[in-house]
Design a protein around this ligand. Sequence first.
Ligand code: PGA
Length: 254
Amino acid sequence: MAAPRAPMIAGNWKMYKTESQAEEYIQGLLPRVSSVSGVDIAVCVPFTDLRAMVDSARGSRVEVYAQNMHHEPEGPFTGEVSAPMLSELDVSGVVLGHSERRELFGETDRALALKIPAALAAGLAPILCVGETEAERDGGDTERKLRHQIGEDLTGVPDERLADVVIAYEPIWAIGTGRVAIPEQAQDAIAFVRALVGGRSPEAAERVRILYGGSVKPENAGELLALPDVDGALVGGASLDAGSFAEIVAAAQP
Ligand code: PGA
């Protein structure tokens, strides 16, 4: 039998929290998750919070992730941050391809195809976000969109490293809207993403972790996390409060 996939709960802070607010948060979170076992916990924070968070979370179960990076290790790219810059700070991973970056900042599948191998090469765990818009879902285009994103974004990753990427399925219509996918929609889409990975490597499909994201709250986390193909959650709004984030972490405990 294949090894079970450890659940992962990642909080995506987006552009929230100054360094002092981040410090206050982590002091509130650490005691709340100190007795948790068997759940990987990540907080994905603004660049300016990374160093303080890494220092404060050291030795705890909480890993610190960034929310974006450039694919080149260095160069004339004003305003950008590279994978080696993040890994030297002891950052554990990076969110890539969040729909807000795709929709508001022109992130392309082509760029992601370069960023994901660059993250892996620098020892960072990438969380690749994929998902359809409301119009794509209503038009019956969800699977086409997912096939396109998974196909393009993972082209640069060799089969034996596919399972080192965490994939977050986030239907765009469920992000920040309070409109969570019904469990059947989440399960079906995530099983489809797993099958896409399986098309490249059946072994990677067994091992790759696929998270659900979009209006996950303490009240709905248990039901979503119990779905057979859902290996965790990428949590936006509800991760900003240490108490509600810790409740979601507790719901993931095996
Ligand atoms: P939300 O955001 O939980 O606030 O819907 C999820 C995300 O954008 O990752």
